[in-house]
Design a protein around this ligand. Sequence first.
Ligand code: CO8
Length: 374
Amino acid sequence: MHHAAITGSGVFTPEAVITNDALVTAFNAYADRWNAAHADAIAAGEADAMAHSSAEFILAASGIEQRYVMDKTGILDPNVMHPLLPARADDAPCLMAEMGLAASHAALAMAGVDAGEIDLVICAASNHERAYPAIAIEIQQLLGAGGFAFDMNVACSSATFGIQTATDMIRAGSIRRALVVNPEICSAHLEWRDRDCHFIFGDVATALVIEREDLAQGPHFAIRSTRCATEFSNNIRNNNGFLRRTRPGHMADRRDMQFMQNGRKVFKEVLPMVSAHIAGHMAAEGVAADDLARLWLHQANKTMNDYIGRKVLGRDPAPGEQPNILQEYANTSSAGSIIAFAKHSADLAPGALGLICSFGAGYSVGSVIVERRG
Ligand code: CO8
């Protein structure tokens, strides 16, 4: 059996930034307009007035300070309230492929691997901008990669499930090198008109080169073990799908055609699930809390990460032991833990152990135990 290693990582960060203050100003202007337009219904008790959002609440509830997005003009326009991303010609690179390509080039450069040496491209993300052909195959073609490619979707856990898939193929000998790419345009499936969630997400793309360890050319992270689990839940859901036009009323501007969640329930149910998952994975691999030098967790909520860090380590994580990037990027779905890994892993000494973990809709949770080598 072969061994697999992460040899390169890359992050593509969009240029446009939205601070909490800018976001709240736009939302509150939208709410004021909506309330004025529905003043009679509100006065008659037939509709509830929309409440204002607040930057203080957002920071305290989530730890998020800003987010990057592919387009902010539409999001910040109270008459639009969603990104404006014009359609492209069928023979032009699609948006997700373009974002994924930028992250992939960075990951390949770090690994010292030519695109032509890649045998597998997985585009693992929480939504794909078209049904087919697979975005991954377009990325494969744009890169000049060989082998085969496919898309997969396990919402926020897509990256770790992608890592396990690529690792298993390397172990089995069916591929030598893979690229796992996570282009996340969360801004396009977030409901920016809902104050309960309008602050949660941002856009980004990440990529990892995963290859047979004996082919690694420099310092790398050996993949010691992966573990994935799912448990069905409706607490994070998006009902948009290809049956939409077949269903009377579904073409309307409906709330359930965007991201929906019961955030409180998710918080309460996912925390014990993730803590138990990580503890079980570490125990099975004989990894004790003191053996772990770093935790790269899914980036949804700072309080959630603080809790998981304490549960896993049995103490408050020391500064830098469990790096958060959500204050800068917000929740970027599957890419969050990979951004944390890409930006906060190079300093680890040979022999150091770390754990990547992502979790979210499904419910789903995936963990990857890695060891710094070389
Ligand atoms: N400003 C001011 N007040 C607000 C705001 C706001 N923006 N929003 C809500 N409030 C109010 C509420 O109305 C409520 O008021 P009241 O007590 O009077 O009812 C009060 O503040 C408290 O509200 P909550 O109970 O909702 O607040 P929480 O403390 O629970 O924080 C969070 C909300 C931050 C959403 C928190 O619950 C959380 O982080 N939960 C976990 C969420 C999570 O991890 N989800 C994972 C989703 S990611 C995923 O799986 C990927 C899906 C695919 C990607 C989709 C891309 C779009």
